[in-house]
Design a protein around this ligand. Structure first.
Ligand SMILES: [Zn+2]
Length: 174
């Protein structure tokens, strides 16, 4: 964050010469006057102080803290981590995983598994299509099933049937 940022924001109360910031509780204190110094209010006082910089800069403080945490603990973009709130911790996710494969929130159902289900349940291609669509809808993700699984199944069947024809032709010749 640059100190040279041109900004129309008024000089905050905390920065005026008549007030000082207590380094224990981060309250703004007038010199010579007492304040109720309590370290448990430090967090809310710091949040208040951040907002004296303006909403945008307060957000930069918040994102800066989260970014530092991600850097320090090598937390990858798109992965969930726990953040202390002083009450119930919250789980947050920042950004999207760089690798597409890491964006999946559930294990993906592979072509192989769909093929096995098709064989075991004796599903036609139409029924398999329904199965895939129900799985994707139910798991609320297009990625729940390997992409273009039906196209790949058709290719697979064509490859197999091509084999049959070749063998048939050969056996007819004999
Ligand atoms: Zn204090």
């Amino acid at each position: 964050m640059s100190l040279n940022d041109s900004s129309d924001e008024k000089e905050s109360e905390a920065q005026t010469s008549s007030t000082r910031i207590c380094t224990a509780c981060f309250s703004s204190v007038r010199p010579g006057s007492d304040h109720f110094c309590c370290s448990t209010t430090a967090v809310s006082n710091l949040i208040f102080l951040a907002f004296t910089l303006g909403t945008l800069k307060a957000e930069q403080v918040a994102s800066g803290i989260l970014k530092k945490r991600m850097d320090d603990e090598n937390i990858k973009k798109g992965s969930q981590f726990r953040v202390s709130t002083g009450g119930n911790p919250i789980m947050i996710t920042i950004g999207t995983a760089d690798k597409k494969s890491e964006r999946k929130s559930v294990q993906q159902i592979s072509l192989q598994l769909i093929k096995e289900l098709q064989i075991v349940l004796e599903l036609s291609l139409n029924k398999t299509k329904q199965l895939v669509s129900v799985l994707r809808k139910g798991m609320e993700s297009q990625l729940a099933v390997e992409s273009n699984v039906l196209g790949k199944l058709k290719d697979l069947e064509q490859t197999i049937s091509a084999y049959y024809q070749v063998e048939k032709v050969i056996s007819d010749d004999i």
